[in-house]
Structure formats: structure tokens, C-alpha cells
Design a protein around this ligand. Structure first.
Ligand code: CA
Length: 378
């Protein structure tokens, strides 16, 4: 048989098989009376809750239709509805429509809402250890923190500490590696960082503070104007895709590669009492759809960032890297911040030690695998 003939035949067979598989008349309903063991199995719960409608209130820290994060949660809500046959009905409340952006943790803890989508480092005022579940400067990449959470004990620690607030967290996305931020003037030496006013939250802000920067927290809507007027000298945000939409490049064109948020975790967190009372089927639908959102959001950040990067040049953005002495000062500052926080809070110490142990193992593997590969590929 000639190759072309073979391909034609193979295509026909595959096509026939596929069509046959899609034909509803080929499907045979399972008669459980003939298979009592199947009726009793854990698989018999599909759609048993179809007529048991459950309504949930989910508030987020993002505006409605916010790219990637907000849109990702909207897809999750729709997915849950379809997969549950309409029996899980989530009412979505974007930032400030029901609960202020940074009040969702308390609102969910008290049961005012059933779930929220946000980022764990916003709750460091409740327990400084919570910021560690977002990741640390010079720490895990997105892949590594997912690995630690799911197969290295991270999720158990997170759920144990959130349980004290009647909360049950799930992974709800990851920003992937973030950029180091937008600066009005170039950073050529560590001295250029001294006294700079920069919008930067979380552990990254504490590290920058030790390096001489004055970290400032601002609502998202005020960052651009503050930068334009010189009220602040620099800001970090996320990565090219989201940063370009904020327009920072127009007033602060020096854009630095980053190390302060190498893979920040986003969370989908439930009121623990509420979640524990759901049926097993509904719990699993939420877990599976959250898992999909976690992966997809991370990939969408990557997909949009690689396209947005191509636009920087034509917009006059000056892509830069921090000088070696700044990186060295950042690493030294991180050690000090982790030691100080560990001294103050035993939960922080426990989580930080777990991360440190895991990171050492991960670095050994990266050295012989990913780091090698990225170097030879370049
Ligand atoms: Ca950020």
C-alpha cells in the first residue's frame, strides 16, 4: 500500500470509529438492578444531587472582568454550574460590589459569604505566616510551589493554619513569575535605590525596605497618578500583560526583570463549616473545577505575557536587569526578614523552615535539569 493510500485508509477508519463513538444510539444505560455492586460503589453518585440546589456567594478582590484573574473566576463559576448540572449556583461578587476587596477574608470567616478569590499575602496582618503561602522572594517558581503545595506538605500546613479562621483554602491560580517593576529613573547602583518611594506589598516590600526603599501601599486606581506626579518613584505590579493595561510605561519607562514574586499563589478559599456540609459530590466538583482554574490561570498569564512582551519596544520601554549588588543586597535582606519574622511568630518559623527544606531539594533538581536546559536552549 502506498503511503498516501495508507493515510487515507487510516483516516477513514479513525473517522468511522470517532463517529461511532459519538453516536448516542450506541450508548447503553446501566441497569443497576443487574449490577448491585455498581450501585453501591462510590461512582454511583453522579448527578444524585441534581435536584438539590445549593447557592453560594463568592466575592473576589478583583474588579469585574479583570483580565486573567477576574475572567478566570468567571469561567470557574460557569464551569461549576455546567458540571453540577446547575445544582451548584455561584453568585459572583467582584471587588467592592458586596464586600470591600480586602475584607473578603473576614467576611468568609464569619459566614457572610461562602467563598472568596484573592491572594494569601494580603492576610499577613492576621498571621504573618500567611504571606509565605503566596511564595517568597528568590523562592519557588509557579511549578515548584504547586509541587510543594500538592505533594510536599504545603497544602496541609496552609489548611491547618486557615482552619483557625474557619477557612478551607484551595489553589486558585498563580500569577507565574512577576516583573520587578517600573522605575522613573534607571537603577545603576544600590545607592540609586536609597529613599525611593515604591508601591510594593508583601514580603517583597519588606525586603526592599531593608535595601533602603520606602515601600508604599496604594489602591490600584491611585498608582498611575501617583507615579505620574512623582508622589512615588516606582511601582511593581504583575507582568507585561497586566502592566501594559495600567499604562505605567508612559511615566516610568525603566522596566526591570523580577525576583520578588517568582510564582505568586492565588487562592479560592471556602468557609470551612459551609464546605464540610456540602455533599461529597458537590465538594469534589468544586475541588476539580478549582484545580482546573489553578492550572489555566497560570498558563494564561504565560500566554498573555509572551505576547505583551513583544509590544514593549515600540512603546519605548527600557527593559533592564538589576545590578549584581542590588541582587546581593536583596538576598541578604531576605535572610534578615525571614529570621526576624520567625523570631516573632512560631507559625511563620515552621512554614519558612518547610519552604527552605523543600527549596533546597528543588534547587538540586533544577541545577541538573531546567537550569541546564534553559542555558543550552538559549
Ligand atoms: Ca506584584
Amino acid at each position: 500500500m502506498k503511503r498516501r493510500d495508507f493515510l487515507a485508509t487510516a483516516t477513514t477508519i479513525a473517522g468511522a470509529t470517532l463517529l461511532g463513538g459519538c453516536n448516542d444510539s450506541n450508548r447503553v444505560a446501566i441497569d443497576y438492578s443487574k449490577h448491585p455492586e455498581k450501585k453501591d460503589s462510590k461512582y454511583n453518585s453522579v448527578n444524585v444531587n441534581h435536584n438539590k440546589k445549593v447557592k453560594l456567594k463568592l466575592a473576589t478582590s478583583w474588579p469585574a472582568h479583570f483580565p486573567i484573574m477576574g475572567v478566570g473566576v468567571e469561567r470557574f463559576v460557569e464551569r461549576v454550574k455546567v458540571v453540577s448540572g446547575g445544582s451548584l449556583d455561584i453568585k459572583l461578587y467582584p471587588k467592592n460590589t458586596l464586600i470591600p476587596a480586602l475584607a473578603v477574608f473576614d467576611a468568609c470567616s464569619s459566614g457572610e459569604i461562602d467563598a472568596f478569590h484573592s491572594g494569601p499575602y494580603y492576610w499577613k496582618g492576621k498571621n504573618s505566616a500567611f504571606s509565605l503561602f503566596s511564595g517568597i522572594p528568590f523562592g519557588f517558581t509557579a511549578e515548584e510551589i504547586n509541587s510543594w503545595m500538592l505533594y510536599g506538605g504545603g497544602m496541609d500546613l496552609w489548611r491547618e493554619l486557615y482552619a483557625k479562621y474557619n477557612l478551607y483554602p484551595m489553589l486558585g491560580g498563580n500569577t507565574n513569575i512577576q516583573m520587578g517593576g517600573w522605575f522613573r529613573k534607571p537603577i545603576n547602583t544600590l545607592a540609586d535605590m536609597q529613599g525611593l518611594k515604591m508601591r510594593i506589598p508583601g514580603l517583597g516590600g519588606e525586603v526592599f525596605s531593608k535595601m533602603g526603599v520606602n515601600p508604599i501601599l496604594l489602591p490600584a486606581g491611585e498608582i498611575y497618578t501617583s507615579l505620574e506626579r512623582g508622589v512615588i518613584d516606582a511601582t511593581e505590579w504583575v507582568g507585561p500583560a497586566l502592566d501594559l493595561k495600567m499604562g505605567f510605561y508612559k511615566v516610568a519607562p525603566y522596566y526591570y526583570s523580577g525576583w520578588h514574586e517568582p510564582g505568586s499563589v492565588l487562592e479560592l478559599t471556602f468557609n470551612k463549616n459551609f464546605f464540610s456540609k456540602l455533599s461529597n459530590e458537590h465538594q469534589q466538583i468544586l475541588e476539580v473545577c478549582a484545580s482546573e482554574m489553578n492550572a489555566n490561570m497560570m498558563y494564561e498569564f504565560h500566554a498573555q505575557n509572551i505576547l505583551a512582551l513583544q509590544k514593549l519596544d515600540s512603546l519605548g520601554v527600557k527593559l533592564s536587569k538589576f545590578p549584581t549588588e542590588v541582587i546581593g543586597a536583596g538576598k541578604k535582606a531576605l535572610v534578615e526578614v525571614l529570621a526576624e519574622q520567625s523570631e516573632k511568630n512560631s507559625d511563620f518559623k515552621r512554614v519558612a523552615l518547610a519552604i527552605d527544606k523543600r527549596l533546597k531539594l528543588s534547587k538540586d533538581w533544577d541545577e541538573v535539569s531546567l537550569k541546564y536546559f534553559l542555558n543550552v536552549r538559549s
